[in-house]
Design a protein. Sequence first.
Length: 224
Amino acid sequence: MLSGAAQPDVLTHAGLAPVRFVCQSALPEGMAYERFIHECGAVPTREGLHDFFNGLCWMQFPATKKRLNQLQAAEIAAAGIRPVRGPVRDAITVFDENAALLHAPDALWDALAAREWARLFGALRPLWRESQLVLFGHAALEKLVAPYKSITAHVWRVTQPWHSTTTLDAWLAHDLTAVKLASKPFVPLPVLGVPGWWPANEAPAFYGDAQVFRPLRQVSGAVQ
């Protein structure tokens, strides 16, 4: 595992990671986790799959993870630690824990945003071969260790194809801004519905479960 005594920098696809992984006990009592990472360049790490996958995300997406931490630290510096996170910190947490990254043709994205599940996974199913999808959130990755049908990621649209994790990492670190995060441009996706991700979804009836593949809701003139 990644926890334990302070360790040397970890190699990533792009070179050295921007952080070290240290034992959870290195985090001073009363100090915000995000502030500690920002000021010390070290990630307090516990034993267990959750922090293990967080460490893997730091190694695969070092620029993006660093950018998320910078945004968190800026919000904490401006507003302090409150009982309820503000919209930016809340969105950062959602992204960090549960984001999926998708580059897809417009027709596929539009069907996903409209929760048109039958069309998304039926008539448009061949378009998934033209798409790229990767899970970023470490909590989502942890859930997939023991997969179940309702695992749902928060999708962030990537507007250009990527040829390597390095190029995706660089693009994403630039795309993440406080303003964009505050708007919460996420779209839910039950990931085991993605063609090729789960054998059971070859049957059209798989998508008939309205408790998982929920329709778009109307809320006070808006949609969710």
